[in-house]
Design a protein around this ligand. Structure first.
Ligand code: PAF
Length: 290
């Protein structure tokens, strides 16, 4: 594996692969890699002859009171994991390399229909930061395929929409969430949990699963499903931001029969903010939202 810090060298490597007609699969990350990321790399090998991973903690997607400075940075462990997974190039740019003119006032990619709801309602600017850095990275790596985890379902939806709206020639692939044995979705931010909080954390998965079973069983009372989810999380000690049933793929409010839905939750527990989701088929007739 070659670690590349400069855009010029990355472009040169990509140019050589393109000349040799080798396909490229790309996995963007913010590092502190775990088994969830390893599964994304595994998926990338199915999609490209060459695999590029990036590690870049993107300042543009953190709010002023968020954990940019504290975000776990483990470059040596990340490089070892990626090399072990057969990655060809690790792109490891500095903030200056990615934002030579700074982040303030730079060009921004926004999907206004999607960036202000759910997580976007409590993290203003976050999804603009994500979409902007992902489009920049896609322009640099020029992959045939890019892989993102389904755990960040709203992020994946926004990236798919940005790529479609901007006619970028890349296929976006979503990879299933990797979970601990007790159901907790793997996340770099799980390390913020104390032992006591870690024991409570799988409640998010269990609450989503209960909602999923209600919808699959024909229950159409979406408002009650959402209310019950919020209540269960609060009772377990979380400060939930939302518990929501939406249409899969678009995140629109659900209505209609036999709809592919996604149940999403975000909840704070101590220093950690956990997000997770489960997809399901709602079998009943979901009424038009009021
Ligand atoms: O999901 C992440 O790790 C980040 O949001 C991403 C997609 C790498 C953009 O910084």
């Amino acid at each position: 594996m070659r670690t590349i810090e400069s855009i010029a060298e990355l472009r040169e490597r990509v140019r050589e692969w393109r000349l040799a007609r080798e396909s490229i699969a790309f996995v963007p990350t913010m590092g502190n890699l775990h088994a969830g990321h390893a599964s994304l790399i595994g998926a990338a090998h199915h999609h490209g002859r060459r695999v590029v991973a990036s590690v870049f903690v993107n300042p543009l997607q953190f709010g002023p009171n968020e954990d940019y400075a504290a975000y776990p940075r483990t470059p040596d462990e990340d490089a070892a994991l990626l090399a072990g997974q057969g990655v060809d190039v690790l792109f490891l740019p500095t903030v200056d390399e990615m934002y030579p003119k700074g982040t303030a006032g730079s060009t921004i990619i926004d999907v206004p229909e999607l960036s202000g709801i759910l997580c976007g309602a409590v993290r203003p600017g976050h999804f603009q930061g994500v979409a902007t850095v992902v489009v920049k990275l896609l322009n640099l790596v020029q992959p045939d395929t890019a892989i993102f985890g389904e755990k960040d379902y709203q992020q994946l939806t926004i990236i798919r929409r940005s790529v479609e709206d901007l006619c970028l020639p890349v296929k976006i692939v979503g990879a299933p969430t990797v979970r601990a044995d007790d159901g907790l979705a793997l996340s770099s931010r799980n390390r913020y949990l104390s032992a006591e909080e870690r024991a409570i954390a799988p409640t998010v998965y269990r609450t989503l699963d209960h909602a999923r079973r209600r919808l699959e069983g024909g229950d159409t009372d979406v408002a009650d499903i959402e209310r019950e989810g919020m209540e269960t999380l609060r009772a377990a000690g979380f400060r939930p931001d939302y518990f929501a049933v939406r249409l899969a793929g678009t995140l629109e409010l659900p209505r209609g029969q036999d709809m592919d839905c996604v149940v999403l939750a975000a909840a704070r527990l101590g220093r950690a903010r956990l997000i997770d989701n489960l997809q399901c088929r709602a079998t009943g007739v979901l009424p038009a939202p009021r």
